[in-house]
Design a protein around this ligand. Structure first.
Ligand code: A2P
Length: 338
């Protein structure tokens, strides 16, 4: 079997760390693995396949001989280093929003538009979508194919791990401080996140929406390859460590019952239906954490429109929302194209 020289950029971060774990778990054919981060990580190492690998400092020469690089070190790092890696012949799978909406960069969710990967050759870059968008489109694609989506109204309940390691520590520290009657420190978020909900993810734009909300609007259309789908979003950070939850209201062009939606979703790749309210069974962030599937439940009719459904969609944002989706893209890349 052919093996590949792989690099993970941002390997010490929440997503990068998970990428390393998932490469091992899924037995990705790795010839060599290069772990890249900033100077802050000099001296650190991570375990991969039973060996401790040193973390190296990212620089212009990091990508010599690397065939596939998974980037998750922030947009500015990707903007600077992804083109450098690509020019060395390395295929970049980028988890940031830096290139997602560029027309010559494929934006891929393997369960939805795996065929788009073929266009990687234009720039040698493939973009991994936003975490909240990924879990939503995995669940909605089979329903869209059946009844065609007209409009989506989504509100998210996003965990702090989506912001990165520092935010995980911030929630932990604030909870501890509050329970001990101490002063809360805020470094990552503009307000206390412990025991609170912040209707503010990423920066505010001129239209009054946040950038996170507009990512959901624009990325959904690009991944589903359908500009006619109307999307409106409210994205909220909640004091949960792992797992994003979403309340999703969908209006369709054609009839689709909750029963039909459940049966389509039971057959859909990467989806697990958890929908038995009489037994208090519905998707929960704490159950989705550490899992690969997108969980869907609370599927019910929206009687205010002709053909409408409401549902609750939950997934591990660090896995399916980021690291796993990137590794799945890499798997298709090597099976079909490299
Ligand atoms: P480091 O740990 O050395 O700071 P998270 O999203 O969990 O905050 O992680 C961000 C990841 O991106 C970390 O691995 C971090 O490395 C890395 N990173 C951030 N800035 C840079 C940079 N300028 N060069 C290389 N890696 C970076």
């Amino acid at each position: 079997m052919k093996t590949y020289n792989v690099a993970v950029v941002g390997a010490t971060g929440a997503v990068g760390n998970e990428m390393v774990k998932i490469l091992e778990e899924r037995k990705f054919p790795v010839k060599s693995l290069k772990l890249l981060a900033s100077e802050r990580s000099i001296g650190k190492s991570l375990e991969f396949m039973g060996t401790d690998l040193p973390v190296e400092v990212l620089d212009e020469k990091s990508f010599k001989g690397v065939e596939i690089a998974l980037f998750s070190a922030g947009g500015s790092v990707s903007l600077k280093y992804a083109p450098i890696a690509a020019s060395e012949g390395c295929v970049v799978i980028d988890n940031t929003s830096a290139f997602r909406m560029e027309p010559d960069v494929p934006l891929v969710v393997p369960e939805v538009n795996p065929h788009a990967i073929k266009d990687y050759k234009k720039r040698n870059i493939i973009a991994n979508p936003n975490c909240s968008t990924i879990q939503m489109v995995v669940a909605l694609k089979p329903l869209h194919d059946y009844a065609k989506i007209k409009r989506i109204v989504v509100s998210t309940y996003q965990s702090v791990s989506g912001t990165g390691k520092k935010a995980i520590f911030e929630l932990e520290d604030q909870v501890r401080a509050l329970l001990m009657n101490k002063k809360v420190e805020k470094k990552v978020y503009p307000h206390q996140i412990a025991f609170n909900c912040l209707p503010h993810i990423d920066v505010f734009l001129e239209n009054g929406y946040t950038k996170e909300e507009m990512k959901m609007v624009n990325e959904t259309k690009k991944i589903m390859e359908d500009d006619t789908i109307k999307v409106t979003a409210t994205t909220v950070r909640v004091p949960v460590f792992y797992g994003h939850s979403e309340s999703v209201n969908v209006e369709f062009e054609r009839k689709i019952t909750p029963e039909k939606a459940r049966s389509l979703l039971r057959k859909a790749p990467g989806v697990k239906v958890v929908d038995n309210p009489s037994k208090n069974l519905y998707p929960l962030a704490i159950n989705a954490a550490g899992k690969d599937e997108v969980f869907v439940g609370r599927i019910r009719k929206d009687d205010t429109v002709e053909y409408g459904l409401n549902m609750w969609i939950v997934a591990d944002n660090v896995r399916k929302g980021a690291a796993l989706n990137a590794v799945q893209i890499a798997e298709i890349l090597i099976q079909k194209y490299l």
